[in-house]
Design a protein around this ligand. Structure first.
Ligand code: N01
Length: 566
């Protein structure tokens, strides 16, 4: 355990703290801050050696956020958002991690965070209304509430290729990159995977490696990010009206104020107008291109116009027509996560880069120094797997969560995830998730979604403390109705048809459920606000006997009454 971690104070009744939070990324840190300010005693467990979550683990070369930094940042503190200065339009991983460290220090968060502490098991006592959380180092902590802030893209996926463990060279998964820099100079390197991560890491490795083999199963669409130094005039402008920018972000569909909300069909304009709209977004850069029109992701014909534009742009860059054919995606644009890059397509014009189609010729085995497909063998000194994640549910199911004498999360989700508002699972009282399945989460600026969920949970716990309640559970019917709504909205779009990680299609055997909510963050927030105003409609509350709940209630209530949060 690190120097930063403080022991949890033992309470006389066996409750160590009010809330255990699992994960110290954007979500866990804000939870700790908000709940602490409300008077709750909070303990955070983090598997990593330091705080940062996604931005701690994904330190591969080229890692960068594709939401502009002035928006991909916390809004809860005016002082914080004014004082922090982003050096680039889209910050890279090191800068985002520095920002997260700054937040942890500025708000004195570290003293309640146990680092290097992976949570393995959590059990709810239905009599005492209390969770006991067990960690890998053998500690167990008892708390009234348990909140999973473990991230949507944190359970890494390594392909099941024979021989992978026998590979003699160094190999890496991009989400578990070593802290020290890795030098590929003079090496033959293979990269497997061409999603958002592969598209970022490939140009960087190509600059160093003697030869780079890119093993591609699916060609993806990528838009140049057009990153650069943060424009001081834009920074001044945004900072002068930050409250308004943040409000706009919270109320729009994507959680990004800078993204317009399209009102026109791609099929209702002339070809010249369409071209202009796509061209403007292409030049602006980043992932807003599919928002040029309101039907790109719902109408196949409209979608083809955007796809054709991007393919044409890509083909203008690639010199070798065979390589261009291989890099041409065959699915509707935007139905898998749109990628954003810095120099991706030009990388394939380099003499030291070879694109290998592993859709047609899958990797059959990995040997000492080789990657073998049905038709060829590639000699490599190092391998990089940019092969993605067991998204949205992987990190939740990695912890053995359940109720004593009752169901486990793994049992409840055996046929796929279902959660009321992405927050709670019927059958698992006092357990919350931040940006869980059924919330906008990965389809939004996730920091906006995190803040919304954390605020909802914090307000709910404060309300429970006010009322002397010690148990909350999502109603099965409300959960069912919500999950139905989530899939109805998804089914109106082309996204539901794609074999993407949004549906679990990237993990063999994973039940196919479209997991994120497509209704948009603004609509979702309004719904959650209405649920709260309506006495937390769809949730049931109760109290344990006075002695057991008094402890939690008294400590929290004195602070909740004067609810002064930031
Ligand atoms: O993961 P992915 P990612 N054999 O699942 C391939 C966010 N993110 O880490 O498509 C061979 O998208 C797989 O092929 P296929 C963002 O939300 C954001 O790249 O399954 N190949 C695919 O090409 C993103 O969507 C940012 O056929 C295999 C790749 O590996 C999410 O994270 C940056 C394989 C995996 O792509 C995940 O992105 C980075 C196998 N057995 C990430 N298994 C930014 O903000 C998988 N693949 C910029």
């Amino acid at each position: 355990m690190s120097d930063h971690a403080s022991p949890v104070p033992r309470r006389p009744d066996g409750v160590d703290c009010d809330v255990v939070v699992i994960g110290a990324g954007f979500a866990g840190l804000y939870l700790l801050h908000r709940l602490r300010r409300l008077g709750f005693r909070v303990k955070v467990f983090e598997a990593g050696e330091d705080v940062g979550g996604t931005w701690y683990w994904n330190r591969y070369p080229g890692a960068r956020c594709d939401v502009e930094s002035l928006e991909y940042s916390y809004s809860f503190s005016e002082e914080l958002q004014q004082e922090w200065r982003w050096s680039e339009r889209y910050a890279g991983q090191p800068e985002i991690l520095r920002y997260i460290h700054h937040v942890a220090d500025r708000f004195d968060l570290r003293r309640d965070i146990a680092l290097n502490t992976r949570v393995e098991r959590a059990r709810f006592d239905p009599e005492a209304h209390r969770w006991t959380v067990h960690t890998a180092p053998g500690e167990s902590v008892s708390a009234r509430f348990c909140i999973m802030a473990s991230g949507n893209l944190s359970a890494a996926r390594l392909p099941d290729v024979p021989g992978i463990r026998d590979f003699r060279g160094r190999w890496f998964h991009t989400s578990a990159w070593p802290k020290e820099s890795v030098d590929f100079t003079g090496l033959r390197v293979g990269v497997v995977g061409t999603g958002s991560t592969g598209i970022q890491v490939i140009p960087k490795i190509a600059e160093q490696a003697k030869h780079l083999y890119v093993f591609q199963r699916t060609a993806n669409y990528s838009i140049p990010l057009r990153n650069g130094p943060q424009d001081p005039a834009i920074e001044r402008d945004v900072k002068s009206r930050y409250a308004q920018v943040r409000k706009q972000a919270r109320e729009c569909p994507s959680g990004v104020a800078g993204f317009n909300v399209p009102t026109q069909s791609a099929l209702a304009v002339t070809p010249e107008e369409r071209e202009l709209a796509y061209q403007q977004r292409w030049e602006w850069g980043g992932i807003g291109l599919t928002r040029a029109f309101n039907d790109v992701i719902v109408n196949a014909e409209a979608n083809r116009t955007a796809a054709a534009f991007v393919v044409r742009k890509m083909r203008e860059v690639i010199k070798d027509p065979t390589v261009a054919d291989m890099l041409t995606p065959t699915y509707p644009i935007g139905t898998k996560r749109l990628c954003a890059d810095t120099g991706y397509y030009p990388t394939f014009n380099r003499d030291n880069v070879t694109l290998v189609d592993i859709r047609r010729n899958p990797i059959e085995a990995i040997g000492d120094e080789t990657v073998r497909t049905a038709h060829a063998s590639y000699e490599v000194d190092a391998l990089v797997f940019a092969t993605g994640f067991d998204a949205m549910t992987g990190a939740l199911l990695a912890v053995d969560i359940g109720v004593n004498g009752g169901p486990t999360l793994r049992e409840l989700w055996a046929d796929g995830p279902s959660a009321y508002l992405g927050l709670m699972v019927a059958g698992l009282p006092n357990l919350f998730m931040v940006t869980g399945p059924g919330s906008p989460s990965v389809l939004s600026n996730v920091v906006v979604s995190i803040e919304q969920h954390v605020d909802f949970i914090s307000d709910c716990l404060a309300s429970m403390a006010d009322k002397g309640q010690s148990r909350i559970e999502a109603d099965a019917q409300a959960q069912q109705a919500w999950s139905r709504h989530v899939s109805e909205v998804a089914n109106q779009s082309l996204l539901a048809t794609a074999a993407s990680w949004y549906t679990g299609a990237n993990i063999p055997g994973k039940p196919r459920v479209f997991m994120p909510y497509m209704g948009g963050v603004g609509v979702f927030r309004a719904l959650c606000d209405e649920v709260a105003r309506d006495g937390y409609r769809g949730f049931s509350f109760s109290s344990a006997d006075g002695a057991r709940s008094a402890d939690f209630n008294s400590s929290a209530k004195e602070h909740c009454d004067g609810r002064a949060v930031v």
